[in-house]
Write a protein of this length. Structure first.
Length: 477
């Protein structure tokens, strides 16, 4: 059977027919995907219907080839949407969580066990989170795996492979580490210690110094931090898993945080994923083949890219949008950014504000609240649900240009404060030390593409976006 023949939805009101691009996609899949194709990258616009395509692919492998199939997403709040899609398409699927998480949401142990058995026997598609896939090796791995929002998965791999020490959360620990550096090696160390620099001034620590500091943390601080409840849980979690690897990591610092991170994600996290015979990455913002392999730290011989160019005869429809660059903001002047943001929100009942950092998020929250504007800090999916239920409110996210979906006119206004150039210390390394401008521009384009799809998810949606950073209008960008 051809892939298109598996499209037999139960909910014919919701899915009357496939979109034209989906029909063309299925033909490409049938002709181009071979048995030995290890990695398939589906790089198509946000909101165009990739979830349906992914589920139909897994259904074919499940029913025809009797393969174990899994579909993984960032968080379980999104898993419910994927499961609803599967039910509407009459595709057998279940959500499988860890045993601890299942107890929290009142899933009986016998039901969880039954779902695992059915998945293992290739009777249902397993829907799980990234973390479940990375940590629960006691369950049979899939033979066909879809990673939705693949950009987020890569970021997650980097996060769990790293150790981040925040100045705001652990000021003493942060200060203690910087005091161990030789000031003669870093021109701006004193200014950073005194917090007289901006977050863009990132320093890469010389290897001989980073090894000394890593050894000191391993011998004198790791156990104390892991056991002491005054330290953030995220730092304790990272140290517990990665403290033995610190001396093999690159160490960077700025006025906000110190980061230990491997150049590629740690093998123990990614190897169990990339031994799966066939992996399908889905995103609106995948990079080139080279970029994907670089970011994942893997080499795959047989990679297939399916993107808009592959479907050049078809129009991939998503909601409409108008983008307004605001040219009056002075470069690196947060005061002007805040003023412009306040002026814009006065004209709208609801907006999504995509701030650059946690500090900017907090500042904007205070300023909007002072002006009498109801504001919600985005921390997790519950905050998004709360925002959707409000008639008048402004949702403020920090360095998050993906994963916040506001369809059906839940919010028609997006505000981007700064161009997302340096979200990560490694962005600085690629730009300033490796001098890979092409890759940095690719990263910026991918992040902006995601940002410009938050409020226009469905075909009938109309959204406007304001970009406050004057660099957005510059020819160099």
């Amino acid at each position: 059977m051809a892939l298109i023949d598996y499209f037999q939805p139960a909910n014919k009101k919701k899915f009357k027919d496939l979109r034209e691009w989906q029909k063309s996609f299925f033909k490409i899949w049938d002709s181009d995907v071979k048995e030995n194709t290890e990695l398939i990258c589906i790089n198509l616009p946000t909101g165009c219907g990739k979830t349906l395509v992914g589920l139909q692919i897994l259904e074919k492998y499940l029913k025809k080839d009797k393969k174990r199939c899994a579909y993984i997403i960032n968080e379980y709040a999104l898993a419910d949407k994927v499961l609803e899609h599967a039910k509407d398409l009459d595709i057998p699927a279940v959500i499988i969580r860890s045993e601890k998480a299942s107890i929290k949401v009142n899933i009986p142990r016998n039901i969880r066990k039954k779902n695992i058995i059915n998945y293992t026997r290739s009777q249902v598609i397993r829907i799980s989170s990234y973390d479940f896939e990375l940590y629960h090796s006691n369950i049979e791995p899939p033979e066909i795996l879809i990673i939705d929002d693949a950009d987020r998965f890569i970021q997650n791999l980097n996060r769990i492979s790293s150790v981040t020490i925040s100045r705001e959360e652990c000021p003493d620990f942060y200060q203690e580490i910087l005091n161990k550096l030789d000031p003669s090696n870093y021109d701006r160390l004193e200014a950073i210690i005194n917090n007289k620099t901006n977050r863009f001034e990132v320093n890469l620590v010389y290897p001989h110094e980073s090894v000394i500091i890593a050894n000191w943390i391993q011998e004198e601080r790791a156990t104390k931090v892991i056991k002491d409840s005054q330290y953030p849980k995220n730092l304790q979690w990272q140290l517990k898993r990665n403290w033995r690897e610190l001396e093999r990591m690159l160490m960077t610092f700025n006025n906000e945080k110190i980061i230990f991170r491997p150049f590629f994600p740690a093998p123990r996290y990614k190897d169990n994923i990339f031994q799966i015979p066939k992996i399908i990455l889905m995103s609106a913002t995948l990079g080139t083949k080279i970029s994907i392999q670089k970011e994942l730290g893997v080499i795959k011989k047989d990679i297939l890219m399916i993107n808009e160019e592959s479907l050049k005869d078809e129009e991939l429809k998503m909601g409409n949008r108008i983008i307004f660059p605001i040219d009056v903001v002075v470069e690196l002047d947060q005061t002007e950014i805040n003023k412009s943001c306040l002026k814009i929100v006065k004209y709208f009942d609801k907006s999504l504000i995509m701030s650059y950092s946690g500090k900017e998020q907090q500042d904007l929250f205070v300023k909007l609240s002072t002006e009498g504007k109801k504001s919600i800090l985005y921390q997790n999916y519950d905050d998004l649900t709360k925002f959707i239920s409000e008639k008048k409110a402004h949702l403020i996210a920090a360095a998050k240009y993906y994963g916040i979906d506001l369809p059906l006119k839940n919010c028609n206004v997006g505000i981007i404060t700064w161009i997302p150039k340096y979200l990560d210390h490694f962005d600085y390394i690629y730009n300033s030390l490796i001098k890979n401008e092409e890759y940095i521009f690719e990263l910026i384009a991918r992040r902006l593409t995601q940002a410009f799809g938050r409020c226009n998810r469905d075909i009938d949606d109309i959204a406007i976006y304001f970009v406050l950073d004057q660099d957005f209008s510059s020819p160099s960008l």
